[in-house]
Design a protein around this ligand. Structure first.
Ligand code: PLP
Length: 281
């Protein structure tokens, strides 16, 4: 396959990571994952703007504009003839002798992007299993940072318990999944953690809330407790890769009847329509 390396499209085998790349040594960088349906970017602008926001929040200058990245990424999709899949992209603070402080301003960030095919498995996902775990991460979870140790440790808890996702909490208040946002439905109202420093403001979350607003599905952006979640009518999680997926058991206990609920199914349908609207079918 091909990759974008800085401004150019190259063969993957022609590019090597320097041992003093700050992304490699410190996780000093930011990233994005954009879904491609039918060869088209889904919510591409929102993802690219979030990449810029993440870079800004770590005081990293991006040597490209959103439009420049978008042009390159579209070239890459066509080079790779990608129909269904993702684009992974990352920006690190560049290559410089190892020291914690930022390198001097002449050091250019390193940008890499490549595609991965994901065969499309149908839009209405069956129910997933969740497990609660302590949120051990830092306090800038709004930055899509390459530092993912806390997220990785949480996901491993889920995997070892035979679950699909770890639901993180701080002192009993649910924040988000290890690589997703979590919402509940109480009295027909969707509830999800506000977009604060304690969560990544997921693009899927934002698209879903817009769909709620446009289709008169009541929602509130408020944190909820584990107890509220366990007693909820529905629990769901959202991300670029899982889209909108119901969670039907948590910590081995069924949520309501232990089956996907009507609000989740309605949102899944609306989300599928939105994909079709943006990317065609
Ligand atoms: N929260 C975390 C920690 C994530 O890593 C992700 C994305 O993978 C999300 C939420 C969901 O974000 P998005 O919907 O933009 O993929």
């Amino acid at each position: 396959g091909k990759i974008i390396f800085n401004g150019e499209i190259k063969s993957r085998t022609d590019v090597k990571v320097d041992i003093e790349d700050r992304g490699y040594q410190f996780g000093d960088g930011v990233y994005e994952v954009i879904r491609v349906y039918n060869g088209e970017l889904f919510a591409g602008d929102m993802h690219l703007n979030r990449l810029m926001d993440s870079a800004k929040l770590i005081q990293m200058k991006v040597p490209f504009t959103v439009a420049e990245i978008e042009t390159r990424v579209k070239e890459l999709i066509s080079e790779d003839q990608l129909q269904e899949g993702i684009i992974y992209m990352q920006l690190t603070r560049g290559v410089s002798p190892r020291t914690h402080a930022f390198p001097t301003s002449d050091v250019e960030p390193v940008f890499v992007a490549y595609t991965k095919e994901i065969p499309y498995a149908g839009r209405l996902k069956p129910g997933a299993k969740g497990i609660t775990t302590d949120d051990i991460r830092w306090l800038r979870c709004n930055i899509k940072s390459l530092n993912l140790l806390g997220n990785i440790m949480a996901k491993q808890v889920a995997v070892e318990a035979g679950c699909d996702e770890a639901i993180q909490h701080r002192d009993g208040l649910v924040t988000e999944g290890s690589s997703s946002n979590v919402s509940i439905v109480v009295d027909g109202t969707l509830k999800t953690h506000p977009a604060s420093n304690l969560i990544l403001n997921g693009i899927t979350r934002q698209v879903m809330l817009k769909l709620c607003a446009d289709h008169d599905i009541p929602y509130v952006e408020e944190a909820f407790t584990i107890e509220e979640m366990m007693a909820a009518e529905e629990v769901l999680y959202t991300s670029t890769s899982v889209e909108i997926t119901p969670i039907i058991t948590i910590d081995g206990q069924k949520i309501a009847a232990g089956a996907p609920g009507p609000v989740t199914e309605r949102l899944q349908q609306l989300f599928a329509d939105e994909i079709e609207r943006q990317c065609g079918s």
